[in-house]
Design a binder for this molecule. Sequence first.
Ligand code: F6P
Length: 322
Amino acid sequence: MKKIGILTSGGDSPGMNACIRSVVRTACYFNIQCIGFIRGYDGLIDNQYIELNRRAVSGIIHRGGTILKTARSERFRTIEGLKQAANTIALHQLDGFVIIGGDGSFKGAIELAQHTSVKIVGCPGTIDNDLIGTDFTIGYDTAINTVVEAVDKLRDTAESHDRIFVVEVMGRDAGLIALRSAIASGAEAILVPEIKNDLDTLIKKISSWRKDKSSKIIIVAEGDESGGAYKVAEIVKQHHPLHDVRVTVLGHIQRGGNPTCMERVNASIMGYHAVKALMEGKHQVMVGIIDKKVHYTPFEKATKHIQEINPELLQMLEILSS
Ligand code: F6P
């Protein structure tokens, strides 16, 4: 392994910079040259890159976003784009590649591998935590802490006015941000894509709420079948007109901010092991951490969405919030 490339792709997530730093510094330690492509796969197609050395990644471990920028490349979905990206890899005579991104990025990597012999290893970078093969993706811990901080604040005003707050969090296909932040913030209910007809259940549940319950927080994952927080608030109001209902959509605030300690450590571990994996000849695998141990999961498997949400955690939330 003499020269590797690195890029970040898909939605940015806090901790990507810590991962980039780890990849670059590990590569430097083993005398591997490293270049970073700008704006994800678009940069690879257009051969837009920067040389990365130890100094280039100083002062970034604590910063959200990605110094390499990111994109969801439409051109990379075409054969021409894939071929152009493979040409860039050949031009730089790369032996290995590290891709930091989510499921779309790894699906792209599977396609890319059809056009190049470069070894590709992935690090899971997405706030959604919806990849198989790791307990936590890079960005998830920071995102849920951001949600909890926001819900704590909403709780104050909800309590003062005896209101219901419907809070929408990210998670296009997964309710993991919703579930964990709901447990940590003591939310009264969640609506997640993994559970069908949960809005009907919620409407019934509201009738059973104690009359003296002052604040009520409902966390809705954006991908839930109900159609989002505004829709949920409308239906709740129709069935429970006496309740005062407000909506907060947290949106992209969840993608920003300084990564938590856990995030920085996990991202560093994953970046370090991505380079070591390339040196060992691993290919088309994602580095993950399960039960504090490093695991390698083939991209094919990592990108199969988790359709199930831990039923015991759901039940616990139910018990603790009643
Ligand atoms: O992939 C992470 C994610 O945060 C999803 O939960 C969300 O639907 C999506 O990104 C939105 O991303 P963007 O606005 O960048 O397209």
